[in-house]
Design a protein around this ligand. Structure first.
Ligand code: ARG
Length: 244
C-alpha cells in the first residue's frame, strides 16, 4: 500500500471505529487532582481519564465521561445512568455490596493535612474535638466519622476538594483527611500546607461497573491487563506521577 492510501485507511478507521464500538458512559468526579480535574475549558483530564481511555482503546469500546458529585456515583451505577465509574474510587467491602470492581489499578492511603504553621495531628484519634474537612461519601469521611461521629458538626463534609482546601488555608477548619496523592497535588498548587500523619490506611483504586455487568467488567480487566503489558500503563503513570 502507498503512504497515501495507508493514511486514508488509518483515517477511515479512526472515524468509523468509534461508531462501531459500544459507547460506555463513565462517571467521575473531576475534583480530585491528579486523578481527575478540569482544564480551562471544563473538560475532565488527569490520570484516571488517561487510564480509562487507554483501557477503552485496548478493549475496543468508546467512552463518554459524565462529571458529577462523588457521592452520586454508586447510585448512578445502581440506577443504570452510568455504565462504569473511574474516580480514584477505593475498593471497599461496603461498596462491593452494591457495585463490582475491576482489578486494582492504583495504591493510595489516607493522610491528614494541616496548615504549615499550625498543630500537626498524626492519628485519626487526635482529630477528636477538632474541625475536620472531608469530601462527602469518601473513605476519608468514613474514617473521620468513626472518631467524631456521623452527625458531629465538627465534621465538615464538602462536595468539592477546592472548598475543603481553601477552608483549611483560611483557618476555618483544623485538618483535612484525604488521599495522599491528592494532598500532594493541592500542596503543589497552594503554599502553607503540610502532611502531618503517616499513611493511615492502605487502599486500592478500582474501576467500578454496575453489579453483575460481567461483560463490561471483563473488557475493562482485559484492557487493564493489556495496557500493563504494552507499556501504556507505565507511560501514563510516569506522566502524572514523576516520582514513579
Ligand atoms: N479514594 C477515596 C474513596 O474512594 C476518595 C475518592 C474521591 N474521588 C473523587 N474523584 N472525588 O472514597
Amino acid at each position: 500500500m502507498s503512504k497515501a492510501s495507508l493514511f486514508v485507511a488509518a483515517l477511515l478507521f479512526a472515524v468509523c471505529a468509534p461508531l462501531a464500538a459500544a459507547e460506555v458512559v463513565v462517571g467521575t468526579n473531576a475534583e480530585f487532582p491528579p486523578f481527575e480535574f478540569t482544564d480551562d475549558n471544563n473538560n475532565p483530564i488527569g490520570y484516571d481519564m488517561d487510564i480509562i481511555q487507554a483501557v477503552a482503546d485496548a478493549a475496543g469500546f468508546s467512552v463518554r465521561i459524565q462529571n458529577q458529585a462523588f457521592d452520586t456515583l454508586v447510585e448512578g451505577l445502581e440506577s443504570g445512568k452510568l455504565d462504569a465509574a473511574i474516580s480514584g474510587m477505593t475498593i471497599t467491602e461496603a461498596r462491593k455490596q452494591k457495585i463490582d470492581f475491576s482489578q486494582p489499578y492504583y495504591n493510595a492511603a489516607q493522610v491528614i493535612v494541616v496548615q504549615e504553621e499550625g498543630e500537626g495531628y498524626e492519628t485519626i484519634e487526635q482529630l477528636k474535638g477538632k474541625i475536620v474537612g472531608v469530601q462527602l461519601g469518601t473513605t476519608g469521611a468514613g474514617m473521620v466519622e468513626t472518631v467524631l461521629g456521623e452527625d458531629n458538626p465538627n465534621l465538615k463534609q464538602f462536595r468539592k476538594y477546592n472548598e475543603v482546601f481553601s477552608d483549611l488555608k483560611l483557618g476555618r477548619i483544623d485538618a483535612i483527611v484525604v488521599d495522599l496523592p491528592v494532598a500532594q497535588a493541592y500542596m503543589r498548587r497552594l503554599s502553607g500546607l503540610r502532611i502531618s500523619s503517616p499513611r493511615m490506611s492502605e487502599e486500592e483504586y478500582g474501576i467500578a461497573v454496575r453489579k453483575g455487568n460481567a461483560e463490561l467488567l471483563q473488557k475493562i480487566n482485559d484492557g487493564l491487563t493489556a495496557i500493563r503489558a504494552n507499556g501504556e500503563y507505565d507511560r501514563i503513570t510516569d506522566k502524572w506521577f514523576q516520582e514513579n
